[in-house]
Ligand binder design. Structure first.
Ligand code: FNR
Length: 390
């Protein structure tokens, strides 16, 4: 991967991130589950969606603004929750939240972020969205929700596709799932090869703990022990009844993230969620499931009139964002691209990436002859592609 002096695309930022981060962190971000088929399909299947060019339409005023979960946005895009983002840049979640606010898009803080909610909220005037994993200890879940509400969060992103963490072989190869001295030495060697990261993040970005959970965990300083505790807290026995419990506790917008089929989308509606994210966790959970580009249209058709349907997975440009809207999504979330931009070029890099996607979306709208986000629909798809869409 060559390192561009003036990055233009998500892949350019990925190359910059690779040059700055230790190898095990690059693979933690980039990797997917098992053979990574779904990871690849997520990206490739957007490319299979052909767009329809229109000419001589009045596109003098094109507006990319939209509303996501009741929040006005400069474009229909939000930063997805990414665990451990504070290992990728100094106080990474704070920098990302500031960049998101500057560009007018929501930032979602992961349960397993490095920076705690208070720190992120203090750095911005627009409250972030908060992502929740159900933990075995429901007392902790209740406390997290109370804290999120008190801090001003009004959108809860509840992730439903992680009853257990997926098989991520890249992480295994770096010894991330094994304790002991040897994996620690392997990672220390990789870290020493990145002195800039060591100085700025490993030293300058402390404390490197799961900020939202640090009060609950016995051995806060040991990140390996911490990760072990978090993994043991994932609760595979969660059902729709628990969502009803959650619904009762959360007065704000409830968004379910990780729905990939019509039946589950209907259930989401039934339990009172106002929004859902068509997602396969960026290809990090069940390898072999269909890409989100493939599943999106049928889910929109089934429930799109009654619930806000967002999508994530493999969106790599403003043009992909346009494709998602044309397939019926109200907006998209992005994961890896924002982390690459932040890790590779800091807060300014992330601002530049979002601004570039906004320009690209505006350009796509202009060339497709549509001036408002709400008017983007399947009429902007090429007819041949429409037939090919399942
Ligand atoms: C994630 N994702 C994720 N999702 C979530 O609900 N909570 C989390 O803590 C994380 N952590 C996480 C870490 C990393 C390194 C990645 C790449 C992803 C999934 C994420 O929110 C989103 O669904 C995908 O990243 C979307 O796919 P793309 O945009 O990365 O292709």
């Amino acid at each position: 991967m060559s390192r561009p002096a003036f990055p233009a695309t998500a892949a350019d930022y990925q190359a910059l991130a690779r040059a700055r981060l230790p190898g095990f962190l690059c693979d933690y971000i980039d990797g997917g589950a098992s053979d990574e088929q779904t990871l690849r399909a997520n990206v490739e299947d957007w490319h299979g969606v052909s767009l329809r060019q229109r000419v001589l339409v009045d596109v003098g005023k094109v507006d990319t603004r939209a509303t996501l979960a009741g929040q006005p946005c400069a474009l229909p895009l939000a930063l997805a929750p990414v665990g451990l983002a504070g290992l990728m840049a100094q106080r990474g979640e704070v920098q990302a939240a500031r960049a998101a606010q500057a560009l007018g898009v929501p930032f979602t803080l992961s349960t397993v972020g490095i920076c705690p909610l208070d720190e992120v909220q203090a750095a911005t005037s627009v409250p972030c969205w908060f992502q929740l994993y159900m933990l075995r200890d429901r007392g902790i879940v209740r406390a997290l929700l109370e804290k999120a509400w008190a801090s001003g969060c009004r959108t809860l992103v509840f992730t439903v596709d992680l009853p257990l963490p997926g098989m991520r072989h890249r992480d295994t190869r770096h010894g991330l799932n094994a304790g002991g001295l040897r994996p620690a030495l392997v990672r220390a060697r990789q870290a020493l090869a990145r002195p800039g990261w060591l100085w700025s993040v490993a030293l300058g970005g402390r404390p490197l703990t799961f900020g939202n959970l640090s009060a609950q965990v016995p051995n806060v300083r040991d990140l390996d022990a911490f990760k072990h505790w978090v993994d043991s807290q994932f609760d595979p026995s969660v059902t729709w009844a628990d969502i009803e419990w959650l619904r009762g506790l959360w007065p704000g917008t409830l968004m379910l993230k990780g729905v990939l089929g019509i039946e589950d989308a209907r259930q989401a509606l039934h339990v009172g969620a106002q929004a859902l994210v068509v997602s396969n966790h960026g290809g990090r959970q069940l390898d072999g499931v269909a890409s989100t580009a493939r599943k999106l249209p049928e889910i929109v058709q089934a429930v799109g009139a009654e619930i806000e349907v967002l999508v994530d997975g493999g969106v790599r440009s403003g043009t992909d964002l346009f494709r998602a809207l044309a397939l019926g999504a109200r907006g998209v979330l992005i994961g890896r691209p924002w982390v690459w931009a932040l890790a590779g070029a800091g807060e300014a890099g992330l601002r530049a990436l979002i601004a570039s996607w906004q320009r690209e979306l505006l350009l796509a709208m202009t060339l497709a002859g549509v001036t408002r986000v709400a008017d983007i629909d399947s009429s902007h798809l090429d007819r041949v592609a429409q037939c090919a869409t399942p």
